[in-house]
Design a binder for this molecule. Sequence first.
Ligand code: RB5
Length: 145
Amino acid sequence: MRVFIGSDHAGFEQKEQLKQHLEGNGHDVVDVGTTSPDVSVDYPDYAEKVARAVASGDADRGVLVCGTGIGMAIAATKVDGVRAANVTDPEFAKLAREHNDANVVAVSGRFVPLARNEAIVDTFLATAFEGGRHAGRVDKIDALS
Ligand code: RB5
């Protein structure tokens, strides 16, 4: 799967680890930055890069890391065609795919340990959308502006 990944300074360390983890699992990973934990940057800039790649079809899925994952999810979801979920538990990653057809996952680099974020991202990438009764609801999300 082609995965775009991005973080701000607060998510940098885990972004680097998650990138290695995903590459180790055979994914084609594009890193949009940031490049250092020492320079404070604005998370919407990285959320936008990943979200636009997903919206254009250049990426199959997106992974974002900031302090909480909250700001990244809020920003990414503003791009048309992107459904970003802030996830702190692998079961929620599964449901975000099965029920919401989320195409971007935003995780916390400060409050969630790496091993759990690896499980979240793995689950997110491996789980299919269920469609069926959920499809019309997702269409309604996409129709909102
Ligand atoms: C940066 O200090 C922090 O606000 C950011 O990483 C993120 O948690 C925002 O949602």
